[in-house]
Ligand binder design. Structure first.
Ligand SMILES: NC(=O)c1ccc[n+]([C@@H]2O[C@H](COP(=O)([O-])OP(=O)(O)OC[C@H]3O[C@@H](n4cnc5c(N)ncnc54)[C@H](O)[C@@H]3O)[C@@H](O)[C@H]2O)c1
Length: 319
């Protein structure tokens, strides 16, 4: 299928790799002249790394399926699915969707990568609103498979199922939200953790680095293969009810102590920013993001055969 990716920044170029990896033709369009070509250059640096990790076989085959287009019309023409990945601003998304609804064939699914804006806010007045939905990825989508599918009340079951089939078919892992909520599930969970993290630093309980260390060397190690419910199910001999019996009152106390949400004030942000810049200068952010992506590539390789890896270790130990 031909797929149009509209907006080819951080997330758009990642979507292009995910779709092309699964054999789809990808048409890139960006309103900023030269941006899609820049995205292609970025893709050219990523593909050899994916080959070296064994995550794709041929970078040239994949690359041949992605092309930059000079207009939205030509990118969308013949596309069965559009992944809008423009800026996270309601006015811009409304404009792009109005245009997409006008030019795309009636059966084309129109999805947005929006991190938190519900599709009902974007597509409400459109004649083709039944084919519009949110398909929210994590960054970068070709390494983090989760996609939240969030329909509006009027999105058709047919469009939801078609988007789910397409995204599952390219190797993403879909979660269908039962109804719209600002921020969806992923950023609601991330937001809860971030609020607690900012508070721990603001109250002088721990440094930003120690909060990061706690996740990196503790919670996060489990989270790469199990979620919070499975985690607590395994952390009490009698499972989740036993865990809640033992520790529920403690967590309730934390929630009650927390009280009203605290905004992340400029002084606190400046303090955490200064701590971070001491660990990582601003000039090294892009290199560190590339390092993160290589770590994710290694983790993807590991996650593709988790049981085999565990079995190998067990075999070693028995020797
Ligand atoms: N960055 C993330 O971690 C992340 C994760 C998940 C979802 N998202 C969502 O994905 C979307 C894109 O985010 P990003 O981080 O890639 O932003 P970005 O700023 O890197 O890219 C946005 C691109 O859209 C282009 N653009 C602007 N107006 C346009 C228009 N009218 N038509 C076509 N292109 C246009 C810009 O030139 C830019 O290249 C946002 O909705 C964001 O919330 C981001």
């Amino acid at each position: 299928m031909k797929i149009a990716v509209v907006g080819t920044g951080l997330v758009g170029h990642g979507w292009a790799i995910a779709f092309a990896r699964a054999g789809h033709e990808v048409a890139l369009f960006d309103a900023k002249p030269g941006q899609s070509e820049a995205a292609l250059r970025r893709i050219d640096t990523i593909l050899p790394e994916l080959v070296s990790f064994g995550l794709i076989e041929s970078d040239s085959d994949l690359r041949a399926r992605i092309a930059a287009y000079g207009s939205l019309e030509t990118a969308v023409d013949g596309s069965g699915y559009v992944q809008e990945s423009g800026p996270e601003r309601v006015s811009v998304k409304r404009e792009i969707f109005a245009e997409l609804d006008r030019i795309a064939a009636p059966e084309t699914i129109l999805a947005t990568s929006s991190s938190g804006i519900p599709i009902s806010t974007i597509a409400e007045p459109l004649g083709g609103r039944a084919r519009c939905l949110v398909a929210h990825p994590a960054n970068p989508p070709y390494l983090l498979p989760i996609v939240e599918i969030v329909p509006a009340p009027w999105t058709s079951e047919k469009a939801i199922a078609a988007a789910d089939d397409l995204l599952s078919g390219v190797g993403q892992v879909t979660v269908r939200l039962k109804k719209e909520i600002d921020g969806f599930v992923l950023n609601r969970l991330q937001g809860a953790l971030l609020h607690e993290a900012f508070r721990l630093v603001e109250d002088g309980i721990a440094t930003a680095e120690d909060v990061d260390r706690t996740v990196c060397h503790g919670l996060g190690l489990r989270w790469s293969f199990m979620g919070p419910f499975e985690t607590i199910d395994l952390n009490a001999p009698g499972g989740i009810a036993d865990y809640v019996d033992r520790l529920g009152p403690m967590y309730l106390r934390f929630a009650q102590e927390r009280g009203a949400a605290r905004p992340w004030g400029p002084e606190l942000v400046a303090r955490i920013e200064a701590d971070r810049r001491e660990s990582l200068p601003a000039s090294a952010l892009a290199d560190r993001a590339a390092w993160r992506d290589r770590r994710l590539m290694a983790l993807s390789v590991h996650k593709k055969a988790p049981d085999a890896a565990a079995a190998d270790v067990m075999k070693e130990r028995k020797r």
